[in-house]
Design a protein around this ligand. Structure first.
Ligand SMILES: *Cc1c(COP(=O)(O)O)cnc(C)c1O
Length: 231
């Protein structure tokens, strides 16, 4: 199957999941996760209608950015070091992986310096896995209050990378946790204009994530095929 075929297949499954959940398919944004893939493949996805691309390395965003159309919205979805924020602050549309006050501070500082407002999501380690980045469920409310108080930052919602699984149903509980946290935060901040974006669901589990309220799903393998890290 071509990349265009893969995208239309994923889109049809998004529609079906939205139908099941009684949601509008326009409320779910598909992010094509293009890490490790060459620019030519991203261009194919672009030609098939994708405008949102996800990358997890600063260097890779910098390399791809100038070679592709300027109306692409780049999503930084990987762990971000504070000293690299400056390279992407005027390139990315949203940073999904903010998991510390230090990183929030660094983003705020660079955003102010560049005169921009950076959209961010807070990454939550919902399953408490040692191998994963992200704030703990308990820390998230405080991190939100802190980040929301900083200039140059718009806190738009939450992101999680759920455990790897062969059975997407096992991740439903984690998606529910992420949604519950944002419901709590919104209740607490009902006077403010608070974000409600939920970035959750990958190739193996995006339909379950949509049923539980995902507004961004991040699909790599399902669009571009398996990644080869050996090259
Ligand atoms: C690689 C990656 C994805 C995409 O994973 P697939 O299983 O290939 O769809 C999604 N989110 C993050 C944070 C990733 O690093």
């Amino acid at each position: 199957m071509s990349i265009a075929d893969n995208i239309s297949y994923v889109r049809s499954r998004i529609s079906a999941a939205c139908n099941t959940a009684g949601r509008n398919a326009d409320d779910v944004t598909l992010i094509a996760v293009s890490k490790t893939k060459p620019v030519s493949m991203l261009q194919e996805a672009y030609d098939a209608g994708c405008r949102d691309f996800g990358e997890n390395k600063v260097q890779e965003i910098m390399e791809k950015y100038d070679k592709l159309p300027s109306d692409i919205r780049w999503h930084m979805i990987g762990h971000l070091q504070t000293n690299k924020v400056k390279y992407i602050i005027d390139k990315v549309y949203m940073i999904h992986s903010v998991d510390s006050t230090r990183l929030a501070d660094a983003i705020s500082k660079e955003a102010v310096k560049h005169g921009v407002t950076m959209k961010i999501l807070l990454e939550v380690n919902v399953a408490g896995e040692d191998s994963k980045y992200g704030a703990s469920v308990d820390e998230t409310g405080e991190l939100w209050r802190y980040a929301a108080s900083l200039p140059g930052i718009e806190v738009c919602g939450l992101m999680t990378v759920a455990p790897y699984t062969d059975d997407p149903e096992t991740n439903r509980q984690h998606f529910v946790v992420l949604r519950d946290i944002i419901v709590d935060i919104n209740r607490e901040n009902k006077d403010n204009n608070i974000g409600v974006q939920l970035s959750m669901g990958m190739t193996g589990d995006y339909e379950v994530a949509i049923e539980e309220g995902a507004t961004y799903i991040r699909v790599g393998t399902g669009i571009f095929g398996e990644r080869d890290y050996s090259v």
